[in-house]
Design a protein around this ligand. Structure first.
Ligand code: T46
Length: 141
């Protein structure tokens, strides 16, 4: 599994740091939605789902957390601990966010508006879905 982590270029000067993100330039999709989570309990795990279409960039702009990515065949844990790093999370990828520091703020840039029908919330359904997709793709080749 290929993990895509963007390292953004901060505009730093003696006042501090500023990171600017533009769609199709720094972010590989049109940004239709932004949300963030904070005050996450340190023993809490969020996520436990995949998306059929949604692409996202996750940036831990304060504190730290970890993201578990799972494509149905392979799992990887990616730490996010720098405000200038963004993790690309594609569609068809199971994700779990955990190990939040008490001061963590996890910002998410999303390619689509909120749509509950895009979620796959059962892990068994996710495994069936990715299996079906890979069969369809193989047949098309
Ligand atoms: C994802 C990970 C990284 C909304 O009303 N609008 C929104 O845009 C979002 C994201 C959530 N909500 C509501 C739906 C739930 O009642 O906020 C509540 C918490 O959402 P959820 O339980 O889906 O949160 P997470 O942390 O499990 O997952 C979220 C995103 O939903 C998901 O797309 O990839 O963060």
């Amino acid at each position: 599994m290929q993990v895509i982590k963007y390292v953004f270029q901060p505009h730093g000067d003696d006042r501090g740091q500023l990171v600017a993100l533009e769609e199709f330039k720094d972010i590989p999709f049109r940004i239709k939605r932004v949300y963030y989570m904070y005050d996450t309990g340190e023993d809490v795990t969020r996520g436990y789902h995949a998306h059929k279409s949604l692409q996202q960039i996750l940036i831990c702009i304060h504190g730290s957390c970890k993201i578990r990515l799972d494509n149905g065949k392979e799992k990887k844990v990616v730490p996010l601990e720098k405000p200038y790093e963004g993790l690309y999370v594609s569609n068809n990828m199971w994700r779990e966010m955990f190990d939040f520091s008490s001061d963590a703020v996890l910002l998410v840039l999303a390619s689509e508006l909120y749509d509950e029908s895009d979620y796959i919330r059962s892990y068994d359904d996710f495994l069936d879905y990715v299996k079906k997709i890979s069969l369809t793709t193989t047949e098309e080749v």
